[in-house]
Design a protein around this ligand. Structure first.
Ligand SMILES: [Fe+2]
Ligand SMILES: [Fe+2]
Length: 203
């Protein structure tokens, strides 16, 4: 039997998801500032790129609440506080939160929405859950690279792209400044994480 949206759990879950995405967007924007202050420009950009996708998720959930425009939805919920000066710690917290959304929160919200007959909301929860898994894995990969010092240096040959000018550097470690544009080391990103590169560079 179809449930009245006004009385549904899905209405509350959409608002919880909107709150969660909005906060994730801000947490990543703040983390991006921390990264920038530490000279890690490329990591700052990854946080901002992800923050923007959280905004898109928030927008999708918010649009599914449109029929309640003018009303206030009261929710209870728990939201994380992840302060740290360590970028690896910030990345690990972000990874944890993303995987929790992927594995638990959005699967459950999707199941409830399906049960209540709100199939569009269910599909938004499931689809966004999959994106959060990608976010979680990327944050985890970055954290691992910082923890084992492979973000800027490799045992064998590595390759990095300068996000300012596009210069590709090959070698064991990134130079202190980009030889092409003279921007500092923090602008370099490992090619396997660099945007818009042709596949040959990923090998
Ligand atoms: Fe999201
Ligand atoms: Fe995410």
């Amino acid at each position: 039997m179809a449930i009245d949206f006004e009385k549904s759990r899905t209405k509350e879950n959409l608002m919880r998801a909107f709150a969660g995405e909005s906060q994730a967007r801000n947490r990543y924007t703040i983390a991006a500032e921390t990264a920038r202050h530490q000279g890690m420009y490329s990591i700052s950009q990854i946080f901002l790129f992800t923050a923007d996708q959280e905004r898109a998720h928030a927008e999708r959930y918010y649009s599914l609440l449109k029929s309640l425009s003018g009303e206030t939805v009261i929710i209870s919920g728990g939201y994380p506080i992840d302060h740290s000066d360590s970028l690896a710690d910030l990345l690990r917290s972000a990874q944890h939160n993303e995987m929790e959304e992927y594995e638990n929160v959005y699967q459950e919200f999707g199941d409830v929405a399906k049960e209540e007959g709100f199939l569009e909301a269910a599909s938004a929860f499931y689809q966004i859950a999959d994106v959060e898994a990608v976010h979680g894995k990327r944050f985890g990969k970055l954290a691992e690279m910082l923890e084992n010092n492979t973000y800027y240096e490799r045992e064998g040959e590595g390759a990095w792209m300068c996000l300012n000018c596009g210069h590709i550097h090959r070698g064991k470690r990134v130079p202190e400044v980009c030889p092409t544009c003279r921007h500092e080391k923090g602008y370099f990103i490992p090619v396997e994480l660099a945007p818009y590169l042709e596949c040959e560079f990923m090998k």
